[in-house]
Ligand binder design. Sequence first.
Ligand code: ASP
Ligand code: MG
Length: 422
Amino acid sequence: MSLIVQKFGGSSVADAESIKRVAKRIVETRKAGNEVVVAVSAMGDTTDELLDLAHEVAPIPAPREMDMLLSAGERISMALLAMAIESLGHDARSFTGSQAGMITDARHGAARIVDVTPVRLREALDEGAIVIVAGFQGFNRDTKDITTLGRGGSDTTAVALAAALNADVCEIYTDVDGIFSADPRLVPKAQKIDRITSEEMLELAANGAKVLYIRAVEYARRHGVTLHVRSSFNNNEGTIVYNPTESETAVEEPLIAGVATDLSEAKITVVGVPDIPGKAAQIFTIVAKTGANIDMIVQNVSAASTGLTDISFTLPKSEGQLVLTALRAEQEDSGFKALQYDDQIGKLALVGAGMRTNAGVSAKLFTALYEAGINIEMISTSEIRISVVTRADTINDALRVVHTAFGLDAENEAVVHAGTGR
Ligand code: ASP
Ligand code: MG
């Protein structure tokens, strides 16, 4: 008997009809002779609605209460789903995160899983029940409080359950047919990818691909969990995200797996930084103290006449003001001349394990952008990724021309079933 973990996102359980459809699907998996554990998200936009409500009653809601509130979203969907399965004549039992043994640290709103003790789940499975677990939530042993894992955390719940229960596969159900070479909402001729390494998937997720959350992919990579990302609207094979063995890595890999774009970042330029040892250290220590997540960093050659240089870096827009304020406070001490803030940037990342052994990928990328008249403002690379920053309003054109230039366009247009990609 196989043990299959299935995760259904908010758009797959948005209303009663959808819940019944998902229940049927779960029952089919059970009937095929598998043990089934389901991680479920809150219905539709419930989490956003609860967030809005919280901000209506309090300008800065208490983090502990926020987690109490948000975790309620998944309690609703888990109970409804269990009821729907029961009414199909199958034994189903729902569990909150804490009942399921999802032990986390104490950080409300962004808790990390530290241990999974699925004793009650194992018992329910042994009794022949289908197990439904509320995604996105856990429990801290010291504070004895409910925590949530951060937006999109149900993916991580599913992967953590798969690892702890030693599942054969973790199926992530979504509203598209799998992982695509680009977001099919932006590039209609994007192709479904059959197999992708977790390393490539991490790069795509870190660079704006929204189909899987980065923490879930990291967890799967660390714990050797194989993911199957597939549609809840049909029975098609989706995309397998796997951890290659050494012999598999040696096999010829496709050059490019996919292209991702991201409009959520801004660029800060620190102008007129004295070009002497210690200045970058000083500036980025100030930035680090804010806890901001820096992405690309570029330092220019200093002008010989002035001995001054400019340093630019990108970060999430949501952290922009915080970092600007911190830098301004230390301007005199650091000796830079001015700060510039630009939130009209877009980032495009081209990802592929085959890049490691192929020259000419950058030239082809830059040529495609040049031919479309798109200016590149920043460049950064890793072993399996090239990223560029352009103006925000050119990013969708950039995505399409790059997708075409690397031969990724499919014959037919991709089918997008519903929702927002979650
Ligand atoms: N309901 C939570 C959210 O919307 C968790 C999830 O959907 O994975 O972020
Ligand atoms: Mg959701």
